[in-house]
Structure formats: structure tokens, C-alpha cells
Design a protein around this ligand. Sequence first.
Ligand SMILES: [Zn+2]
Ligand SMILES: [Zn+2]
Length: 306
Amino acid sequence: MTKLEVVFLGTSSATPTKGRNLPAVAIRREGEVVLMDCGEGTQKSFVEYGLGINKEMVIAITHLHGDHVNGLLGLLQTMSMSQRGKTLTIVGPEGLFRWVKTSMEMLQIGLLFDLQFVAARPGVVLRREAYRLRCARAKHSVDAWSYVFEETPRPGVFDSNRAVALGVPEGRKWSTLQHGRSVTVDGRTIRPSEVLGPRRDGRRVGYSGDTRPTATLARFFSGVDLLIFDSTFAARDAERAADRMHSTSVEAAELAKKAHVKRLALTHFSARYRSVSALVREAKKTFPESFAASDGMFVDVPAKGQ
Ligand SMILES: [Zn+2]
Ligand SMILES: [Zn+2]
């Protein structure tokens, strides 16, 4: 089964700390990378953690706050200097594209590769062969979006005995059925559902960006294998979290519980906490499968039933 892993490149909020860089998370699947947010210094983390910047890549930006986008221009320039030829797709709020284009014009940055911009909107925003990217509105002090990376579902397991029993000869017709299309045998139509088990859903990873917890997001992240959620503040600073349109680790845990996710990664920690162990402890009381993300952490998203 293909390896799917999440690499945390930056887990601080607005300002970096000694051990935490600005927000960026890479989802890596078989040589392809989906980068969620691109805080300052992200390109350096790519080198540090051996991600490789010339991969098939999509960059999804949640919102236009400096801590989430300031690394973008540097990353694009380095990609170009590394002779990238592959088109790069960037998903994000409309204003992002204006900002990138204007900055590139002013700094006279010419890229060797094409940029494709996709505006964030509710629903599926991007489809690739192996995965798709979904988007939902977050609730923050500016226009902000949350994302779900989901692998393309696979057809159910093929029952060869059943195919033989139905008189389907081994070969091309088996392959057609395995790909979900009907075949005709002696004038009789055999449907894929007659020889395939239930469809196997792909793995899903959710990323909130900066947000308050909302009912929309609880629905949006329903059942994801790994949820990466804004945990800027500790419960004792709940008022501040509400003021600044962020979440506490407990609010993140409550949402994770409501959404029946499998695991919760807390991230985007305020620099005011030297240690985040209290934030994790509080979250675990509500949702035991909580953990604190840290820079350089690789998290495997295990395969579901084969
Ligand atoms: Zn932020
Ligand atoms: Zn923000």
C-alpha cells in the first residue's frame, strides 16, 4: 500500500520560536507533495527534512496572514533556480494571486515554470489521479479556508471465483470489471457490483488553518484519519482565543470528538507557551488521540483494510 505521511515543517503561530518555525505542513504521497501554508523559511525546512522541491506539488494557502504566506516567494524562486519545469498549482483566497503577481513584477522575478492558480471555494477544488482537495470556509479575522486531502477511492476487491462462476473469461474483461465498467458475456451484461466487494475509501487528512471551531468544520472534517487543527491557546486563554479568532487545544479536541476523527494533531502554538504539554494534557481529557505537532515530525497515515 502506498505510503502517506504528513511532515510538520512549522508549528508556531505568528512569531517563530527557538524550536518552532512558521506554519507549513507537507502531505506526501508517492513522490507528490501537497503543501499546506508556506510560512517564512519553508524552503529551508524542505531541504532540512529532505522533501525535495521539484516534486509534483500543489500549494494550498489558508489565508492571507504573513505567517502563512511569507515563505511563498522564496520557495518559488528557489524552485526556479533548481530548474523546475513542472507547472505548480497554488490554491488559495483570490487576493493571494494578486499578491504573488504584484510581488513578482516588482521584484522582476521570472519563473522557469508555469503557475496555475485555483481560487478556494466550498467543495472539491482540485482533482488529481491519486487524490483530491476539498475546501470549506474557516472562521478567522480575514477570509480563510480549511482543506481536506483525500485519496481517490479504490474499487472493491475483485472476486475471481465469482467472475469464473458467471462465465467471464480471464483477461481483458476482468480488467474492465476491475475498473468499474460492465462487460457483456454471451449477450448477458455483467455489472461490476456482481464481482467487486464494497468500494474502499481513501485516507483523508484535514487541515484547519487559523480558525474558531465551527459546526461547518466539524461536518467538513467528519471521520478524517488525521486532523491538524489550530491550537494557538491554552484553555485558560479561551477569551483571547475567541478575540483573535483562533482556537484553544480543548476547542480543537471538542471538534475532533464531534467529527469522530481518528487522530488530532495540535499545531500553530502561541510563542507565549514555552512548553505545550499542558495544552496536550487538556486536549487529551476530551479527545485521547490528541498529540502536539512539532517541527520535523513525520506522521504516518496508515492504510485502511486492504
Ligand atoms: Zn497564523
Ligand atoms: Zn491568521
